[in-house]
Ligand binder design. Structure first.
Ligand code: CA
Length: 234
């Protein structure tokens, strides 16, 4: 096996989509494992420890969401990145999947370009794994955020954020392109005894956007799913 190529496990029950994904992945030299149901997918994930899993949500037998939960609670394979493949209109399931630990999602019908970009992006995050330094100053799209001093400047101009607004902006900007559900945001920014709720996240985002000197649109609302800091993959 070529050591430089990544192994991708595709858990998908529709033969046409499976074939399309397989053909596409092989074209880019990924090693491909195929499972047409959740049981086989779990077995293959444990046996082969793939570098990435593409997981359909609507599967016969064990549903994709449960496959995701099982993988993310299995010590040996829980760090395997998962990209969910979902049909349009499955926003609730996407949220459940992200909350269960999936890394990203692609809605069907998808273009192969988008799928490839997401795969590259997710693999890159895992390989780079540079989210460890929470105190690192981040500069992106004219926004500079310094966790040590808790200062934020936009095009050089200092802005004043509340504790929670700062936490939200820092979370989103340090993971550009990642979609966070409200629950994930609450989970990651929860300050001591701060009673943050779903709705208050929306409220906080509205306030945060207003303070961003015209750059509030960099925080995108992903309808029915959550929020992300705008990022365009190559
Ligand atoms: Ca399916």
């Amino acid at each position: 096996m070529n050591k430089t190529s990544h192994t991708v496990l595709v858990i998908e029950d529709e033969p046409d989509i499976m074939e399309l994904i397989e053909f596409n992945l092989k074209k880019y030299n990924y090693n491909v494992l195929l499972a047409n149901n959740g049981e086989k997918g779990l077995k293959d994930a444990r046996s082969f420890e793939p570098d990435l899993i593409l997981l359909d949500l609507m599967l016969p037998g064990i549903q994709g969401i449960d496959v995701c939960r099982v993988i993310k609670s299995d010590e040996n394979i829980k760090n395997t990145p998962i990209i969910i493949l979902s049909a349009l209109g499955q926003e609730e399931d996407i949220v459940k999947g992200l909350d269960a630990g999936a890394d990203d999602y692609v809605s069907k019908p998808f273009s192969l370009d988008i799928l490839n970009a997401r795969i590259k992006s997710v693999l890159r995050r895992y390989i780079r794994n540079d989210y460890g330094d929470a105190n690192k100053t981040i500069v992106l799209k004219g926004i500079k955020i310094s966790p040590r001093t808790r200062e934020v400047t936009i095009e050089g101009e200092l802005i004043s954020l509340t504790y929670t607004e700062f936490q939200i902006l820092h979370l989103l900007i340090s993971h550009p392109g990642w979609v966070f559900t409200r629950y994930q945001i609450i989970d990651k920014i929860r300050g001591e005894n701060y009673p943050v709720t779903d709705r208050s996240i929306d409220f906080q985002i509205v306030g945060l956007r207003k303070k961003m000197l015209g750059k509030g649109n960099l925080i995108e609302t992903i309808r029915g799913v959550g929020y992300r800091f705008q990022h365009h993959e190559t």
